[in-house]
Design a protein around this ligand. Structure first.
Ligand SMILES: [Zn+2]
Length: 100
């Protein structure tokens, strides 16, 4: 392989890896694996990007975001509720106000 063809190939691979960062970042923000989606995005950019955009945020990640956003976990049913709530909206039981 000539040096020119080699550097063109390396350039293409580099571009693919850079593009792969886009679906990887989206996937990470939805609680998925960054590395998996980076590889996926490097190999199949359009497919991975569409997949990353369409998939839902994992429940675990959504709950972590809600807690970081000022929510708290209900001690009775473990659902995330508002910090100021005195009654859980999921199980209907009373919860202590302002307790994290
Ligand atoms: Zn509850």
């Amino acid at each position: 392989m000539s040096a020119t063809a080699m550097s063109a190939l390396v350039g293409l691979l580099f571009m693919a890896m850079l593009l792969g960062l886009i679906p990887a970042t989206i996937a990470q923000s939805k609680g998925r694996s960054f590395i998996v989606f980076w590889l996926y995005g490097t190999l199949f950019f359009i497919v991975a990007l569409t997949h990353a955009l369409l998939m839902r945020t994992t429940k675990k990640k959504a709950e972590a975001d809600a807690v970081a956003d000022g929510g708290k976990v209900c001690p009775n049913c473990a659902e995330v509720i508002r910090a100021a709530a005195s009654v859980c909206r999921f199980c209907g039981r009373e919860v202590q106000k302002g307790q994290p």
